[in-house]
Design a protein. Structure first.
Length: 303
């Protein structure tokens, strides 16, 4: 089977599992109030981890914390840090709060994400999907990188998507001011950018005992796209969600990547759930990756 279609085979393969303990580990999970992020938080807490939930809506985060503590995460220490990933200044503030409150950060799960059917810009002028899906987690990870290196052995898990195969990345038109905007290609652009900088992060972690990997969370139900109009939301609820699986499978896969002994030392890779997979060619271009790395640093104010 061609590499481009390997994901069709990987989605049917048995997934790897682990029962490794995360007792004493501090895990930062973004986008944890629903879907993949919430499933990951629940599973990590069930393995004994303490959590920090990085969420836009503190009230929702409080409810999630209560649910986890009442369920499989009984006894976990769960903190909450507020950040709106459409506003990079709040991401900076969240990173500062995490550095002040967490002497160790053993695991980061970057699962916050969105999909928009219409072109929208942030107050800083970034295309909204690109900002939320790529720039914000890029900034947060960059600001926490030294702490996670100092906490080694430690791991970063980036929740990516097979949507990177849609294409859409144009470094000369990141805000889609000159091209016709489509939701799928905008989403694809953000996920391509995330994969292109993955080797750059891995290189900076090399030899430290800290690792970073990206993964597709499976075809699961989530709240992504709920910011769109009524027709899209209705179609998603009535049609699309009927064919999607429980996000618990994503939580199990993220737990494996974050905890499994056999994943220790593995870095800079892309997985379909727990099966290593080759991304689309346009997402593994080394020269382009270096350009995206430098451009991303400039856009988030790190250059």
């Amino acid at each position: 089977m061609p590499d481009e279609l390997r994901f069709l085979e990987n989605k049917r393969k048995p997934q790897r599992t682990t029962d490794a303990s995360l007792a004493g580990k501090r895990c930062v999970v973004t986008g944890a109030t629903s879907g993949v992020g919430m499933a990951a938080a629940e599973r990590l807490a069930a393995a004994g981890a303490d959590l920090v939930l990085v969420c836009r809506d503190r009230a929702k985060a409080e409810r999630v914390r209560a649910e986890i503590l009442a369920g499989r995460g009984r006894g976990a220490d769960i903190g909450i840090v507020a950040a709106d990933f459409s506003d990079l200044e709040t991401v900076r503030n969240a990173a500062a709060e995490l550095l002040a409150s967490c002497p160790r950060i053993d695991i980061i799960v970057n699962s916050a994400g969105m999909h928009s059917t219409t072109r929208r810009l942030t107050t800083a002028g970034h295309e909204l999907v690109f900002c939320v899906n790529h720039l914000a987690p890029f900034l947060l990870t960059s600001l926490l990188l030294e702490r996670i290196k100092a906490s080694a052995p430690s791991r970063i898990v980036m929740v990516n998507s097979e949507g990177h195969r849609f294409g859409g990345l144009d470094l000369d038109d990141l805000d889609w001011s000159r091209r016709h905007y489509t939701g799928l290609r905008s989403y694809g652009a953000s996920k391509i950018a995330q994969l292109l900088v993955l080797p750059e992060f891995a290189q900076r972690l090399a030899g430290s005992g800290a690792t970073i990997n990206a993964m597709h969370p499976g075809d699961v139900r989530s709240n992504i796209g709920q910011n769109n109009g009524f027709l899209y939301r209705a179609f998603k609820t009535v049609v699309i969600d009927r064919f999607l699986k429980d996000p618990a499978i994503s939580g199990e896969a993220i737990y494996w990547l974050a905890a499994a002994p056999e994943a220790e030392g593995v870095s800079g890779k892309y997985f379909y759930l727990t099966i290593e997979e080759k991304p689309a060619a346009h997402a593994v271009d080394g020269a382009l990756g270096k350009r995206v790395w430098e451009l991303s640093r400039s856009l988030v104010g790190l250059a």
